[in-house]
Write a protein that binds this ligand. Sequence first.
Ligand SMILES: NC(=O)c1ccc[n+]([C@@H]2O[C@H](COP(=O)([O-])OP(=O)(O)OC[C@H]3O[C@@H](n4cnc5c(N)ncnc54)[C@H](O)[C@@H]3O)[C@@H](O)[C@H]2O)c1
Ligand SMILES: N[C@@H](CCC=O)C(=O)O
Length: 541
Amino acid sequence: MDGYTCPPAPINETVLNYAPGSVERGELLQALQSFSGPLELPAVIGGVRRQGGGASFDVVSPQRHSRILGHSAHSTQADARDAITAATAVAHEWRALDFDDRAAIILRAADLLTGPWRARINAATMLGQGKTSYQAEIDAACELADFWRFNVHFAKQVLSDQPIAHSKGIWNRTDYRPLEGFVYAITPFNFTAIAANLPTAAALMGNVVVWKPSPTQQLAASLTLDLLSEAGLPDGVINMLPGDGIAVSEVVLADPALAGIHFTGSTKTFQYLWGQVGANIASYNTYPRLVGETGGKDFILAHASANVDVLRTAMVRGSFEYSGQKCSAASRAFVPKSLWSTLRDDLASETDGLAVGDPENFANFTSAVIDERAFAKQKAAIDRAHATAGIEVLAGGTYDDSEGYFVRPTVLVSDDPTDEIFSTEYFGPILAVHVYDDEKFDSVIDLVDKGSKYALTGSIISGDRTVAARVANDLRFAAGNFYINDKPTGAVVGQQPFGGARASGTNDKAGSALNLMRWTSPRSIKETFVPAKTSGYPHQD
Ligand SMILES: NC(=O)c1ccc[n+]([C@@H]2O[C@H](COP(=O)([O-])OP(=O)(O)OC[C@H]3O[C@@H](n4cnc5c(N)ncnc54)[C@H](O)[C@@H]3O)[C@@H](O)[C@H]2O)c1
Ligand SMILES: N[C@@H](CCC=O)C(=O)O
């Protein structure tokens, strides 16, 4: 059937708004209440749920230290070996399944997610990862359903790309095989959608997977695997190993059957993984595919022709939604002097007016940062800013970890565009602003391009079309996702395929055909209908 069927056309899932009195708000409140006691969040190996053999850890709400959501345990080398064995055991059967049967499981998962599972996964994402209702909805419900539905569509495109030339008497075909081995999916805390997409994108293409989620995302990750199981995913296709991944990597990265890594997280971790693969390169059965989407130092560049309200809104939403814990979050902005006098006070008061607290209070704009490590990083950056003569703390600049890991949205202003606030990824609610002389716009473009090692997202805010076009061209390599007159966050699957280059990753664009191609190893087949029976060629006569 491959290549001939036409799955339902994907449509972006409508984002529900959770307004007071809405049906979805009622369902979400109920789901939040249903998480009463800590859940067991075990490893799942070959469909068997078992506690990992390493030290146990608690999954705790970032906004409330006293709220223990689950108990889990770090996975050991033995757990990793068992997961590889379980994956390998079902690899033949999974890859032999027709693509449409695999796709049907993923499409069913999307419908379960946006139907009966929606409130529960959103509630888990609010409680476990500190998202507001809206941020949970755009991530755990909508982006994840979009990944699943659009991936089926794009996979079908990949499979249907067949040779168009056939010499007389010949038929050429391409067989899209899964990778020979297993894929190691390592996922970040900040998006339930990304965490689910990395193992399932590879599985859709016929691969078996060892999935190592982030310990701080374990609640939603465990629910996601339960959902996939309800959708019909056979045991062993995706095996989940909770914990920090240290012992798991020692085994997985040394296994000859490692065929690919699908990673999203920090640049440092990806470079470590790549280094280990490099060190072991001679021992693999096949060259592992390395796909990693990593850090960013995302920019907003304002031109003198910008509308100030548009600019301020892009800065506030782009930097402080989900407390800046999006790889795409704006964390450096460049504003011309001619606009700064109008923008300055409003930017400060709007930022200081943002309500920060427990997301179960729907009035809050954002909540806590994810954990102690993230809090310490923000605290150090803010303390340093207060102590640095050339930096003005225009808004925020305070933090409090007595109840949860709360950091006030913070705007730092500096005359020195080489200060580390313009190049270091803090991954929190800190925006660095540099105010430039209007006539120095050309050199500011260069600063944006060369001022950080990353190239993930960026925006130009300009009322002048020719300026926007010029900046889009001059900064062509400074961002994998580039926005004109908008904030640099909020990429939508099927609309703005997401990913960046330089230190921001391999730019394989999650949720697109480009990504899915990395999980297939094509075989070219030539069939000759009436083969030659003699060895000589005509020129020999
Ligand atoms: N470019 C993107 O699409 C994108 C999306 C989301 C997050 N990010 C980036 O992710 C980072 C924040 O996420 P994070 O704090 O979870 O990143 P992180 O690198 O600390 O962790 C990512 C994952 O790697 C795991 N890990 C760390 N060391 C490991 C090892 N030795 N073996 C196996 N697994 C290991 C972690 O447990 C986690 O599951 C930021 O830098 C952000 O920019 C990028
Ligand atoms: N899809 C997200 C990026 C994910 C990174 O964390 C966005 O565009 O905001």
